[in-house]
Design a protein around this ligand. Structure first.
Ligand SMILES: [Zn+2]
Length: 553
């Protein structure tokens, strides 16, 4: 599997490309094609190394293989790749029709580039990795055993309330042992980021990050409108749902450790083993669209699926594009839970996106997360109509659907808290650690759907310490909320007219990121709309679907 291309060989090819004369639109096209080819080779090699590493985390050599390649090849090629981007921008006049959006994105990158920010970005990357090391290394005693914070999360679903509470409290006990260290780390990250913004001519990192992410289609003010829309339209509905939860659980108030447990005390079992998961997924896919099933079978035959949970595998799930293989790889940790059904269709949404965009130039692949997640989240929701393959009884089928639909909305308050928190942090860079915690607690209250935090003030103000994104990938989170609303638009269309909605979805997949996000959303039949009116419509739709399912149970 190892096809090696060294830094030197990539460098030589890139230098060749940088010397290519450009005198015509054909030359311009050739430039972009060769750039795409180089990026594809890098992505393919990095992809396999990433896959091997996550399949066997106990093998340190595989981790070194990945890191060596990243640091020794990928990171070192960045300055040359930047020069290539500059060359493309400089030859703008030769660009044929269809490259307008690419040029816009590249010009933005070139404009924001500052030589003095390069070492700062390296420092930021190295520092932000410390978060994972610190939090991953925390262990606490729980029921006579040493547990990591991640292992404790499982107990938040335990039917025994005192077990849930104990696990929940232990998680905070654990993270508090590193509270000081995490705050110091975060302050350093914040300063490095702020300096990069100043170097690039911005007054704060928030505005800089917004531009860096190429968010031309919406402003920070639009996001504030989105936060408010969630507060005013989503939270009140969730408050109603929480009352139902309180009654079903028979508790006086819903404490933070009561939000994840199943209210009926029933655990759904959609499949017994991975063979069954694959078989049922194929049967569902063929009913959605035969092409989806054909591709899934192809991935299976080519050994591009690793689905079952095993000791030594990294947690979570992902879809990795492998441009030279011509098909992606799906990784997950299936154990037979409803979450796994959701995950496989989510990743399959990404996978179909990979297949459909392989022919596009590198920059037009699903780079923007608002777009990538619309593909995966829409597939999740559309697939729901075929979940009878997994849930034989009508009762279980309905229960699974209600959980999925409810989940689309319960995620939103946390999503906007994480976003609003970062807006505040980076536009008030001189705050103290204490002020930061206080502002976070204020947001927790503002978006609280009725969870009882009485007596848990210290926990409430420090909950952000668990959120990796805040440390490692600033401002990357709200995309999930945006895509979730878009996916509900797509699903609503699908229920009205499945054939048309699916045609739109396929067209959307093929477009990739070759035009601005709002246009791409329109292709899918969704709206990029942050208004209260739009959210009211969406919440009304979800509430109506849940009501239909519940009243017919
Ligand atoms: Zn995803």
């Amino acid at each position: 599997m190892k096809y090696e291309r060294t830094f030197e060989s990539f460098r030589d090819s890139l230098e060749q490309i940088l010397n290519l004369p450009v005198h015509s639109s054909d030359d311009f096209r050739e430039l972009v094609n060769r750039w795409t080819d180089i990026e594809d080779q890098i992505e393919e090699e990095l992809g396999w190394r990433y896959i091997r590493m996550t399949l066997n985390t106990e093998n340190e050599e595989l981790m070194r293989d990945y890191e060596e390649y990243y640091e020794g090849v990928v990171a070192r090629l960045k300055p040359l790749l930047h020069e290539l981007k500059e060359k493309i921008v400089q030859n703008e006049r030769y660009a044929p029709f269809g490259f307008e959006h690419m040029l816009k994105v590249l010009k933005n990158e070139v404009e924001l580039f500052r030589e003095e920010n390069v070492p700062l970005q390296v420092e930021e990357t190295v520092l932000s990795k410390e978060y994972g090391a610190i939090v991953g290394g925390i262990t606490v005693d729980f029921m006579g055993e040493r547990k990591t914070l991640q292992q404790l999360s499982v107990y938040l679903r335990d039917p025994n309330r005192s077990v849930r509470e104990a696990a929940w409290r232990k998680r905070f006990e654990g993270i508090w042992t590193k509270r000081e260290e995490l705050n110091v780390l975060f302050d350093r990250l914040k300063e490095i980021r702020h300096r990069q913004a100043l170097n690039a001519g911005f007054s704060n990192y928030r505005d800089y990050a917004h531009r860096l992410k190429g968010r031309f289609e919406y402003t920070p003010e639009d996001l504030f409108r989105f936060h408010e829309a969630v507060e005013k339209e989503v939270v009140p509905y969730l408050r109603e749902r929480l009352k139902v939860r309180r009654e079903k659980l028979g508790v006086e108030s819903v404490k933070p450790w009561d939000t994840e447990v199943d209210v009926d005390g029933k655990v759904l079992k959609p499949f017994k083993n991975v063979e069954e998961l694959v078989e049922k997924t194929e049967r569902a896919l063929v009913k959605i669209h035969p092409t989806f099933q054909e591709r899934f079978s192809l991935m299976k035959e080519k050994g591009l699926l690793d689905l079952e949970n095993r000791k030594g595998k990294a947690p979570g799930g992902y879809n990795h594009t492998l441009p030279k293989t011509g098909a992606p790889f799906i990784f997950m940790n299936a154990v037979g839970r409803p979450d796994d059904v959701r995950t496989i269709f989510h990743e399959l949404g990404h996978a179909m996106h990979s297949f459909e965009t392989l022919h596009l130039p590198t920059l037009y692949r699903p780079e923007r997360m608002e777009v990538a997640e619309l593909a995966s989240m829409s597939m999740e929701l559309i697939s729901m109509e075929q979940w009878r393959e997994f849930y034989e009884s009508e009762e279980d089928f309905k229960k699974a659907k209600i959980e999925e639909l409810e989940g689309t909305l319960t995620f939103l308050p946390w999503c906007v808290i994480v976003d609003a928190f970062q807006h505040w942090i980076y536009t008030n860079p001189n705050h103290t650690a204490k002020e930061r915690d206080e502002y976070f607690a204020h947001l927790m209250d503002r978006f609280n759907p009725g969870v009882d935090w009485t007596g848990l003030e210290e926990e409430k103000r420090t909950r952000w310490l668990f959120q990796l994104h805040i440390f490692e990938v600033p401002f990357y989170y709200i995309e999930y909320g945006i895509a979730q609303i878009g996916a509900l638009d797509v699903y609503r269309n699908y229920l009205k007219d499945p054939e048309k909605a699916l045609q739109d979805y396929l067209r959307f997949l093929r477009v990739g990121c070759s035009s601005p996000v709002d246009e791409v959303y329109r292709t899918a039949g969704a709206k990029l709309d942050f208004s209260r009116e739009h959210l009211r419509e969406i919440v009304g739709f979800v509430a109506g679907e849940i009501e239909k399912l519940e009243s017919s149970r």
